[in-house]
Design a protein around this ligand. Structure first.
Ligand code: CUA
Length: 321
């Protein structure tokens, strides 16, 4: 079931509480718009059929009405009422979603927009990852909202996972918040929804919702420092000797940069470059060799390494599970 839903990243197949409300109000607005369309279209079709030119003679004009207060009132007051109703209903939904209280002990995460990837932090768990958010499923009988704090280090992005919650802008020097309450496990896709530069279209996001025990296992694995695989020592030392460490963190090594994604558990993620390529050894090697070949404009530079060095780094990075 979860896989089917993930196949359609649509706001019309919600799996989380605020997304249900958003679908409700979307249907309400579409319903009103459809009713207006039917009334206007119906009158238009009627007028076309009723007053079309018949035969060869001059067309008879329909009766012309000038200055009818009743008609003018009708086409002023009725749209005004429709707008007021749409406004009040929307305000009620927004208010309902925004005032959701945060129960003590609820999971809080921080998502930071970067050109062009997402940094994902779990402050209480000491986890930092990227582009792939892992969350525990919520029990419908004991709903546990997860609060997401949104920040940006550069330009305006927008956080949108349609099946989980509405869009929320991610704005530099301003903190926005959204909450989600996923009710089924599965993988749900999202996307930056605010044009933010060259690779806006490759600023993808996945949310993996786990059963609770599985989430606990994922978190425990993420909390471990990076593996120190003896077979990959050459690559590990090379990494530590290069400028890589100024931008990337690998916990348990001298690498502690924060400009690029944390690589401590790089291979636990499905993609490279926020969805630019699958995270396989082959793609990883190509990415290290020249990121721009996979994601033009990516802020990670090609490091001008020898092919042997690229091989060593790849052999090391694929051990970071
Ligand atoms: Cu970030 Cu568009």
């Amino acid at each position: 079931m979860a896989a089917d839903r993930a196949a359609s990243p649509s706001m019309f197949s919600p799996v989380s509480t605020p997304a249900f409300q958003i679908r409700e109000i979307a249907f309400f607005v579409i319903g009103i718009a459809a009713a207006i369309f039917l009334v206007v279209g119906g009158f238009t079709a009627y007028a076309i059929a009723r007053y079309r030119r018949r035969g060869a003679g001059p067309a008879a004009e329909p009766p012309q009405v000038y200055g009818s207060t009743r008609i003018e009132l009708a086409w002023t007051v009725v749209p005004l009422l429709i707008v007021v109703v749409l406004f009040l209903v929307t305000a009620r939904y927004i208010w309902g979603i925004e005032r959701r209280a945060q129960p003590a002990g609820s999971l809080e995460i921080t998502v930071v927009g970067h050109q062009w990837w997402w940094e994902v932090r779990y402050p209480a768990l000491g986890i930092v990852t990227a582009n792939q958010i892992h969350l525990p499923v919520s029990d419908p009988d004991r709903p546990a909202p997860i609060f997401i704090t949104l920040q940006s280090v550069d330009v305006v992005h927008s956080f949108w996972v349609p099946q989980l919650a509405g869009k929320m802008d991610v704005i530099p020097n301003k903190t926005n918040r959204v909450w989600v309450e996923p009710l089924v496990p599965g993988t749900f896709v999202g996307q930056c929804a605010e044009y933010c530069g060259l690779q806006h279209a490759l600023m993808l996001l996945t949310v993996v919702v786990h059963p609770r025990e599985e989430f606990a296992r994922w978190a425990a694995a993420q909390q471990l420092p990076a593996r120190d695989d003896v077979a990959a020592r050459a690559g590990r030392e090379l990494f530590a000797s290069l400028a890589c460490i100024n931008c990337h963190t690998i916990r348990g090594t001298p690498a502690n940069g924060v400009f690029g994604p944390d690589l401590t558990h790089l291979m636990s993620r499905a993609t490279i470059g926020a969805g630019a390529a699958p995270n396989t050894a082959r793609h990883l090697r190509a990415w290290i060799d020249n990121p721009a070949a996979i994601k033009s404009g990516a802020l990670m530079p090609a490091m001008k390494l020898s092919q042997d060095e690229v091989d060593k780094l790849t052999a090391y990075l694929v051990t970071l599970r």
